[in-house]
Design a protein around this ligand. Structure first.
Ligand SMILES: C[S@@+](CC[C@H](N)C(=O)[O-])C[C@H]1O[C@@H](n2cnc3c(N)ncnc32)[C@H](O)[C@@H]1O
Length: 298
């Protein structure tokens, strides 16, 4: 009868095989994270309690969640959280799931802002940063944590996303330094008198071309459409951000954008068309894929 006991070890082995058959990427990791979530434990604790049997209630809950996973509901939507640059964030189906690529955007933005010549700029107050399309608030929160002297305006068109981001900011005790604005790109900033005052505009906008939406993996299609689709050629939101940024950036203020695969040339051209922006720098990720574009207000 011992065979019928579902211990942590046995259920993990069984689920790993099940996820393999279902073509779920990283099957063992998925099994561990979902079981840890159901049992309210860390992955390490699972290993320390390998022989602990699951109760019938725990088994039922676990069965439900692994079926959902096999239906391609993303792991982060099932566990309700995602780590981003060492921060634990609340996530639900109303927000785009933060990706590792975006860490490069934040790292490059931090390098850029830390290089600002403090001697030259001694009289300045806090850095003013605008995060366009904040989603779960990941970029805004990491920047606020790293830059103590900063005031961040986080904008999103989705009020549901703002709700999640606000909760994340509250959990990280940053509510005083991150202000949320619901609306279309720069529009909510107009009434705040921020024209010509912003040090950094940062964005990871939706950039999938309408045509390519249907070929996205079914898991990605579970994420909000508004977070993915960037118009017929994928550059719609970039056009708006690039043309409107000069109005809000201070002189020598930066614009840092994450870009999609093979979009660098198109976005560089949009920046070069803007007389008030310097010619941009393109930064590649560790695999040599062009990921980030940074430019500066003349
Ligand atoms: C790709 S997600 C990025 C989320 C997050 N910043 C990140 O990097 O993980 C794009 C976000 O832009 C928002 N968005 C789309 N169109 C927008 C618009 N016109 N104005 C403001 N936000 C917009 C979406 O709701 C979504 O949260």
């Amino acid at each position: 009868m011992v065979k019928d006991v579902w211990t942590i070890k046995r259920i993990l082995e069984w689920t790993t095989e099940y996820f393999k058959r279902e073509n779920i990427e990283s099957p063992r990791l998925n099994a561990e994270l979902l079981l840890a979530h159901i049992l309210g434990k860390t992955r390490l604790q699972l290993y320390l309690e390998f022989d602990r049997p699951l109760s019938p209630e725990e088994l039922t809950l676990f069965k439900k969640i692994i079926i959902k996973r096999s239906h391609r509901i993303p792991l982060s939507y099932l566990t309700g959280e995602q780590d981003f640059m060492g921060l634990r964030l609340k996530i639900d189906e109303n927000v785009y799931i933060p990706r590792p690529e975006t860490e490069i955007l934040v790292e490059e933005a931090l390098k850029t802002i830390r290089n600002i010549d403090f001697e030259e700029d001694k009289a300045r107050g806090d850095f003013i940063i605008v995060d366009l399309g904040t989603g779960s608030g990941n970029i805004a929160i990491k920047l606020a944590v790293e830059l103590e002297k900063s005031k961040i305006y986080a904008v999103d068109i989705s009020s549901e996303a703002i709700g999640v981001a606000r909760e994340n900011v509250r959990r990280h005790n940053l509510s005083k330094r991150v202000t949320f604005l619901q609306g279309n790109l720069f529009i909510p900033l107009v009434d705040l008198g921020l024209e010509g005052k912003v040090d950094l505009v940062i964005s990871n906008p939706p950039y999938v071309a309408s045509e390519e939406m249907k070929s996205l993996p079914s898991e990605v299609l579970r994420e909000p459409m508004i977070a993915l689709e960037g118009g017929w050629d994928g550059l719609g939101i970039y056009r708006k951000i690039i043309s409107q940024s000069p109005r809000f950036l201070r002189k020598k203020g930066f614009l840092a954008l994450e870009i999609g695969h093979r979009q660098a040339k198109g976005i560089q051209d949009l920046i070069l068309e803007q007389k008030e922006l310097y010619s941009p720098q393109v930064i590649s990720d560790y695999e040599g894929i062009e990921r980030i574009i940074i430019t500066k207000r003349i």
